[in-house]
Ligand binder design. Structure first.
Ligand code: NAP
Ligand code: HSE
Length: 455
C-alpha cells in the first residue's frame, strides 16, 4: 500500500455511516496526524443511490476538494466499491447477509475491516476472524458493543495481563430506557415501549431489543474477549423484558431494589467441586438501589469488569446513537490505518483457553420470588420446607395481604429472597412450590445481583 493515503470504503450510510462520513471530514487533519497518513473516503455503498441523502451529501460536500473525499462515489453496486480499491472497509449496514459476504470479499482482496455489526459477529464471528487471519488483515469491532464506550480494546489489550472473572452490565439502551420509565414514571411496559419508539430509541420492530437478543449478541462478544473462548449467540441464555410488569417493579422498589436488563458473562469453577467453564446470560435482574448499575438511567449503558488483579472496573457512556457510535468506529479506523501505514496488524482472535460454555442451570446467584398463597397456619412452614429440601437458603421473607382476594384462593403475597443458590436447585424449588395446595401461583422469579455473590 502507498503510505501516502489510506483509502476507506463505507458500507452503509444510515444513522452511523452518515456520522462516520462527517467525522472523517471534520477531523481529517487530526486523523491524518494520528494514523500517519491521510484517510480518504473513496466509496459509499447504500441500497438505493437515487434516494436523497442530505446529511451524507453535506458530509461529502464538506470533504469535496480535500484529500479526505475527492472523487468519492455513492453506489448501490458492490463491484464499484471493489473498483475503488479500499485499504479499509467500514461496515455499518447491519444484518448477516450481504454484510458477511461483502466483508469476506473485502478481506480476500487485502482490505482491513472495521465493523459495528454485533449481530454478524455473534452469529458467525469465527468465519470473519478466520478470513482476517488468512488474509493477514485487521478485523476491529469496538462499536459493536456499547456504542461509544471503549470496552473491547480495554478487554483485548489493557487487561491482557490479568484474569477476568466476570463482565456484567447494561448493554442495551432501548430496554434501559423502557425500564427507567417504568421505574421512575410508573408506566407499564407497553406505554414505556411506545415512549421509546417516539424518541427513536426502539425500532418499529423492537423485538431484538425487548427480547434481549441485541444484549445477548453483545454478551457473546464480551465473553469471547474476556475468556479467550469462542462464544456465539446460541450459547447465551436469554430472557428479555416483555414479561416485566409494573408489579415486579413495585415489589422490587418496596425492598430497595431496581430491575435492570443485565448481560452477565462469568468464569465459574476451576476447583474440585465445579467444572471449569463460562456461563453467559441476559435477563431482567434485581439490583440494590445503591448499586452503580442501578443508577444508570435512560438510554445509557454501563459495564462492570471484575478482574483478579485490577479489581472492579466500570465503563459508562452512550451505548447508541449516530455520533457516539461513529466515535468508536473512527477509533478503529485510525487503529487499522496506523497498522497499515506501519505494515503490521493488531491483535487477532484469541480463543486459546477454549473453555466449555456451560448451560445456565450451572449458574449460582440469588433469587427473589413472589408467591400468592393462602394465609393460614403452616403455610410459611410448608413453603420454607420446599426451599430447605432443595438446599436453597432463604435470606428475606416478607408477607403482604393481597388487597382484594379475587376468585382465586390466594390471600397473601409472599416475597422470598434467597441466598446464593444454583439455578437448577431454584428451578426444582419453583416447580415444587407451584404444586403446593397452599400456593395459588408463583407470580414471578427474578435473579438478584450486586451482592455477596460478587465478592
Ligand atoms: P441504518 O440507519 O439502518 O443504516 C443502514 C445503512 O446500510 C443504510 O444506509 C442502508 O442503505 C445500508 N444498507 C443496508 N443494507 C444494505 C445492502 N444490502 N446493501 C447496501 N447497503 C445496505 O443502520 P445504523 O443504525 O446506522 O446501524 C448500522 C450498524 O451499526 C448495525 O450493524 C448496527 O447494529 C450497528 N450499531 C448501530 C448503533 C446505533 O445506535 N444506530 C449503535 C451501535 C451499533 P439505505 O440508506 O439505502 O437504506
Ligand atoms: N438497539 C441498540 C440499543 C442500539 O438500544 O442499545 C445499539 O446497539
Amino acid at each position: 500500500m502507498a503510505a501516502d493515503e489510506v483509502r476507506c470504503a463505507l458500507l452503509g450510510a444510515g444513522t452511523v455511516g452518515t456520522q462516520v462520513a462527517r467525522l472523517l471530514g471534520e477531523h481529517r487533519a487530526d486523523l491524518a496526524a494520528r494514523a500517519g497518513a491521510p484517510l480518504r473516503l473513496v466509496s459509499v455503498l447504500v441500497t438505493d443511490r437515487e434516494r436523497p441523502r442530505p446529511h451524507l451529501a453535506a458530509a461529502l460536500a464538506g470533504l469535496a476538494g480535500t484529500p479526505a473525499a475527492e472523487g468519492a462515489i455513492v453506489t448501490d453496486r458492490p463491484e464499484d466499491v471493489w473498483r475503488s480499491a479500499p485499504d479499509v472497509v467500514i461496515e455499518v449496514m447491519g444484518g448477516i447477509e450481504p454484510a458477511r459476504t461483502l466483508l469476506l470479499a473485502a478481506m480476500a482482496q487485502g482490505a482491513a475491516v472495521v465493523t459495528a455489526n454485533k449481530a454478524l459477529l455473534a452469529a458467525d464471528g469465527a468465519t470473519l476472524h478466520a478470513a482476517a487471519a488468512a488474509a493477514g488483515v485487521d478485523l476491529y469491532f469496538e462499536a459493536s458493543v456499547a456504542g461509544a464506550i471503549p470496552l473491547l480494546r480495554p478487554l483485548r489489550e489493557s487487561l491482557a495481563g490479568d484474569r477476568v472473572r466476570r463482565v456484567m452490565g447494561i448493554v442495551n439502551g432501548t430496554t434501559n430506557y423502557i425500564l427507567t420509565r417504568m421505574t421512575q414514571g410508573g408506566l407499564d411496559f407497553a406505554t414505556a415501549l411506545a415512549a421509546a419508539q417516539r424518541l427513536g430509541y426502539a425500532e418499529a420492530d423492537p423485538s431484538a431489543d425487548v427480547d434481549g437478543l441485541d444484549a445477548a449478541a453483545k454478551a457473546a462478544i464480551l465473553a469471547q474477549l474476556a475468556f479467550h473462548t469462542r462464544v456465539t449467540l446460541a450459547d447465551v441464555s436469554v430472557v428479555g423484558i416483555t414479561g416485566v410488569t409494573a408489579t415486579d417493579i413495585a415489589n422490587a422498589r418496596d425492598l430497595g431494589l431496581v430491575v435492570k436488563l443485565l448481560a452477565i458473562a462469568e468464569r465459574v469453577g476451576g476447583d474440585e467441586e465445579e467444572q471449569d467453564g463460562v456461563i453467559v446470560r441476559v435477563h431482567p435482574t434485581l439490583l440494590p438501589a445503591s448499586h452503580p448499575l442501578a443508577n444508570v438511567h435512560d438510554a445509557f449503558n454501563a459495564v462492570f469488569i471484575e478482574a483478579e488483579a485490577a479489581g472492579d472496573l466500570m465503563f459508562y457512556g452512550r451505548g447508541a446513537g449516530g455520533a457516539p457510535t461513529a466515535s468508536a468506529v473512527l477509533g478503529d479506523i485510525v487503529a487499522v490505518a496506523r497498522n497499515r501505514v506501519r505494515g503490521t496488524t493488531g491483535p487477532g482472535e484469541s480463543t486459546y483457553a477454549d473453555l466449555p460454555v456451560l448451560p445456565i442451570d450451572r449458574a449460582r446467584t440469588r433469587y427473589q420470588l413472589a408467591l400468592d398463597v393462602l394465609d393460614r397456619p403452616g403455610v410459611l412452614a410448608a413453603v420454607a420446607a420446599v426451599f430447605a429440601a432443595h438446599g436453597v437458603s432463604i435470606e428475606v421473607v416478607r408477607q403482604d395481604a393481597l388487597p382484594e382476594p379475587g376468585p382465586a384462593v390466594a390471600e397473601a403475597r409472599l416475597i422470598v429472597r434467597t441466598h446464593t443458590a444454583r439455578e437448577s436447585a431454584l428451578a426444582a424449588t419453583v416447580a415444587e412450590l407451584a404444586g403446593l395446595p397452599t400456593v395459588d401461583r408463583v407470580v414471578s422469579v427474578m435473579r438478584v445481583a450486586g451482592g455477596a455473590e460478587h465478592r
